[in-house]
Design a protein around this ligand. Structure first.
Ligand SMILES: Nc1ncnc2c1ncn2[C@@H]1O[C@H](COP(=O)(O)OP(=O)(O)O)[C@@H](O)[C@H]1O
Ligand SMILES: [Mg+2]
Length: 415
């Protein structure tokens, strides 16, 4: 089956202006790899889920597919046409075929526009219909389809007269009125009250059946994605960690990140309830993604080849010191000297003050507490007054097919 929309090796980078201090320290390479060589193909009639924590690049990928953001590299094909290099003029006739619904209906609806005008606006912009009566009839029809009935009761209202759920229905109606084939739904129920979320999701499914729509459904919530999606891609820091049909992934997730996300879904059955917690640590800065597998610093199953690097050692020492009491902390601190006075050169880090043997001993203890990182250390050497630690090189794990899905993790090596 030919995909409705297909991205190959898609990259979207944003240039950022790091702080002066960042630049002095050589930090922040000046851009964020919001989407980093992602390939996905969405088939007609499918609900394709994009899942991951905040900052993983879901919105950027969705907006890039619609060419609302220009890709840095890679290709996008929509309805058989390579639209990668289309400018806004060339995109214009396609815009009515591909629409987006955002998370926050308050931000996407103009408070000064009556519902009838808001909903029929795209018809005017695309020159599909004009004339007050025609636009009004089209708006009436589409409001009916999204369950705002009787539609006449809504036409003259303003967004502020409506509830959150009703506003989102209006945003959906506006996206549908040009009869698109492809809709990006960017966390469409995340801002709504619990009580109306299920109703809006059911509406989206009904609309898909009625109108032969194809969805890219973006969510940070795996439970919602399970209910809705035929296939899913789990994203982490701009990359796909696991991708495939929902059923095998939910039945037996392979990537440790997917496993952690699934374990964090609250269980409705209290006897099966467990601690809903994602792996330790914050999501790293996307401008300086971790080497190797980007998830390795937080991964409960990491091993030596996952991409351990100098800054992981600094983080481990800081974590250790956070648990120490005054006296032992002071002892270790003075042995190591100023922790911020380290130098990183490629895969090597040099640190320590004037007592290198103590520093080396301390590093040994830290590594003993982190066996995976310890495995990745090639050498710990005393060099003049300081200690240098050299890490083995590591590569980003590529996606491999395992048990009916693709997964990017060194735990699943090639045959
Ligand atoms: N316009 C932008 N300029 C600079 N950085 C951006 C921009 N939009 C998104 N980013 C960065 O790109 C990364 C991915 O963001 P986003 O696509 O919004 O992720 P998600 O939707 O998964 O939360 C984040 O690090 C974010 O800060
Ligand atoms: Mg987002």
């Amino acid at each position: 089956m030919a995909a409705l929309i297909e991205a190959r090796e898609l990259e979207t980078h944003f240039t950022i202006r790091g702080s002066f201090a960042d630049r002095l320290l050589g930090r922040g390479h000046g851009f964020v790899r919001a989407v980093d060589r992602v390939s996905i193909a969405i088939n007609p009639g499918e609900v394709f889920g994009l899942v991951g924590e905040s900052g993983s690049g879901k919105t950027t990928l969705g907006r890039t597919l619609l060419k609302l953001v220009d890709p840095t590299s890679g290709t996008i094909e929509f309805e058989g046409k390579d639209i990668t290099r289309y400018d806004e003029g060339a995109m214009r006739p396609l815009r009515r075929r591909m629409q987006i619904v955002y998370q926050d209906p308050n931000a996407s609806l103009n408070p000064a526009m009556r519902i009838v005008d808001a909903v029929s606006h795209p018809l005017k912009i695309h020159g599909i219909l004009e004339g007050r009566d025609q636009l009004r009839t089209a708006a009436t029809d589409v409001l009916e389809r999204v369950g705002l009935s009787p539609p006449e009761a809504f036409l003259e209202k303003y967004p502020d007269d409506l509830s959150g759920g009703q506003k989102q229905r209006v945003a959906i109606a506006r996206a549908l009125i040009t009869q698109p084939s492809f809709l990006v739904l960017d966390e469409p129920v995340a801002m709504l009250d619990m009580s109306v979320r299920a109703k809006v999701l059911e509406l989206l499914l009904r609309l898909k059946q009625e109108s032969a729509l194809t969805y890219l459904f973006i969510t940070h919530d795996l439970a919602t994605a399970k209910f809705l999606c035929d296939r899913i891609a789990i994203m982490y820091l701009g990359k796909v960690a696991e991708i495939g049909e929902s059923q095998p992934i939910y039945a037996a997730p392979k990537h440790p990140y997917t496993q952690s996300l699934l374990a964090a879904i609250p269980q409705p059955d209290p006897s099966r309830r467990q601690v809903a917690e994602l792996p330790k640590g914050e999501i790293p800065d996307a401008a300086r993604p971790p080497a190797g597998c980007r998830f390795h610093p937080r991964c409960p199953k990491s091993i030596g080849i996952c991409g351990w690097e100098p800054r992981d050692l600094i983080d481990a020492i800081e974590d250790r010191w956070a648990t120490l009491t005054g006296e032992s902390f002071e002892r270790e601190r003075s042995a190591l000297g100023d922790l911020s006075a380290f130098t990183i050169t490629g895969r090597a880090i040099t640190l320590g003050g004037d007592r290198p043997e103590e520093t080396k001993h301390l590093i040994g203890r830290v590594l003993d507490d982190h066996p995976a990182m310890k495995d990745a250390v090639e050498a710990v050497e005393v060099d003049g007054g300081r200690v240098s630690v050299v890490f083995r090189p590591a590569e980003e794990p590529p996606l491999r097919t395992v048990d009916r899905r693709d997964v990017a993790c060194v735990l699943y090596p090639p045959d």
